[in-house]
Design a binder for this molecule. Structure first.
Ligand code: TGC
Ligand code: FAD
Length: 432
């Protein structure tokens, strides 16, 4: 926590780049006496009022790091489909990794503060948020929640610094939305007591090509029960583990994604999570990661709004008017700002409940689905404001649109979350 708070500085206004024309607009004063009430288009429903001083400071620290360190390199990284693992070290240095974990070199911040960090990172790029979410929620999370003391001490401090990189292998080539049918198997090692042999394939795995430790969900051959294993790359004999990158993606290009192939890979029983069994294991981690996406995508949407607003104020058509003057353009901005504001408030509310242990998985499904869908829809509509320039990657909007399609797809595609909600509402299971 101290690392995050000690980096507190005055917030750099994210709209610092807004043109003089914008600044010359007079704010509307709706109160006859002071204090002056002024609508803030960047935070229309004053979500900041719901945050503690500490959360505000953490958010500002994260925003400053992201705007100053990540934003300048994202365009080239996206073009080159390149992910620099040093980013995780920088995030570790700033205290952003595993931030909600208490101890082991982690900051121990609130659930909402964890979400504000994902929002800051995703304001720059969903791919950078992905790399961080996997490290924090999907690898450090289960080690902290389900790991033995030895596993925690071995991995968490290095992961908090970004020196050890993790990935989370649940999805398989034949099983994405239905991970319960996974084919990856763990069978007792016929010669080596206390060891399992893992075999199977995982695909679309964020960070897998650069991961030092891989969380692998596999079925025990003897019982068919799903268990979680920590596969340490440096302990895998040659030919038993490979993690080829998936290239030429048309979204999330600033992150690294790959496959995982395991061929009788020997893993000590001591590397298995001791207690957790069944889908509850992976899904518990997904609750935290899905929460991060819900607030994260609001960052991406807010960036789309800021970029579209700037462009609309500068671009003149018909008698020299800025296109921001036209009603149809204003409606696009109004719709997007409304959805971003509602989505942010809902995520803060669910974050508060989650922090108190009162959030149901369905609440998280609701905000994950709604915020991803709204972010993608509005980003696509705002893209229209840029006209032909939307096609140039330098305007950034197309990158967000491509990324937001992925956020709507991973960690439960939106229709799958509809079915989770439908089951909770009706009591009837639609997906079997
Ligand atoms: P179902 O019968 O619903 O549940 C099986 C067991 O799991 C428990 N459970 C949960 N526990 C905690 N939190 C949750 N959210 C949970 N959801 C379910 C449940 O209580 C039950 O426990 P038990 O003890 O009774 O066995 O299982 P199902 O097979 O019918 O599930 C169907 C469905 C659709 C809900 C599920 O399979 C699903 O969510 N599919 C989506 C798959 C998904 O989200 N994959 C994510 C892969 S990871 C990823 O995408 C990372 S991207 C990272 C990045 O780059 O940012
Ligand atoms: P499918 O399950 O084949 O679904 C295809 C379509 O069918 C979807 O629209 C879905 O909603 C629909 N559908 C499926 N079943 C039903 C049904 N019963 N009723 C109605 N509609 C249905 N996974 C990991 O484990 N770890 C990672 O780190 C990870 N990172 C990823 C990074 C990227 C860039 C991407 C693209 C994916 C990543 N994933 C990861 C995988 C991701 O979680 C899956 O892609 C996702 O769960 C969907 O699975 P699928 O692609 O197999 O689609």
């Amino acid at each position: 926590m101290s690392r995050l708070l000690s980096r507190f500085h005055s917030p750099r206004r994210l709209a610092a780049s807004i043109t003089p024309l914008t600044r010359s607009l007079k704010p509307r004063n709706y109160a006859s006496a002071s204090p002056i009430l002024q609508f803030d288009w960047e935070d229309p429903l004053a979500s900041k009022n719901l945050l503690t001083e500490e959360e505000l400071a953490i958010s500002e620290t994260a925003e400053r790091y992201c705007q100053e360190q990540l934003l300048p390199r994202v365009l080239q990284a996206y073009r080159d489909e390149h992910y620099d693992p040093k980013i995780l070290e920088e995030m570790g240095e700033t205290g952003l990794l595993g931030a909600t974990i208490d101890g082991y070199g982690c900051a121990g911040v609130s659930t909402v503060a964890g979400g504000l960090i994902t929002r800051a990172v995703e304001r720059v790029d969903s791919g950078y948020r992905s790399g961080m979410s996997v490290q924090s929620s999907l690898v450090m999370g289960p080690i902290h929640e389900f790991g033995t003391q030895e596993q925690k001490e071995k991995y968490l401090p290095g992961m908090a610094k970004g020196k050890i990189i993790g990935c989370f292998g649940l999805t398989e080539p034949n099983h994405g939305s239905d991970p319960g049918s996974m084919e990856t198997m763990a069978r007792p090692h016929p010669q080596k007591k206390g060891y399992f042999l893992l075999s199977g394939s995982k695909t679309w795995i964020t960070n897998s090509p650069i991961a030092d430790v891989l969380v692998i969900w596999a079925k025990l051959k003897e019982t068919g029960k799903i268990r979680g294993f920590l596969v340490d790359r440096k302990d895998c004999p040659a030919g038993t583990l490979s993690t080829p990158a998936i290239k030429n993606k048309n979204g999330l290009r600033a992150s690294i994604t790959g496959m995982i192939h395991l061929e009788d890979c020997p893993v000590p029983e001591a590397n298995m999570f001791p207690e957790v069994e069944g889908l509850r294991g992976p899904f518990s981690c997904l609750n935290s990661a899905r929460y991060g996406i819900a607030l994260g995508t609001m960052g991406a949407l807010e960036d789309c709004i800021a970029r579209a607003r700037t462009y609309a104020l500068e671009r003149k058509q018909f008698k020299g008017n800025p296109i921001a003057k036209y009603q149809l353009v204003q409606k696009k901005l109004a719709d997007a700002a409304t959805d971003a504001a509602y989505g942010t408030l809902a995520a803060i509310q669910v974050g508060r409940l989650k922090g108190e242990g009162k959030a149901t998985p369905e609440m998280i499904s609701m905000i994950k689905r709604q915020n991803c869908d709204k972010a993608l829809h509005n980003a696509r509509v705002l893209q229209e404001i840029f006209g032909g320039n939307a096609v140039s990657d330098e305007y950034g909007i197309g990158r967000h649109v491509a990324n937001l399609f992925v956020t709507q797809t991973y960690e439960g595609q939106s229709d799958i979350h509809s079915l989770i909600l439908g089951r909770a509402i009706t009591g009837l299971q639609a997906f079997v």
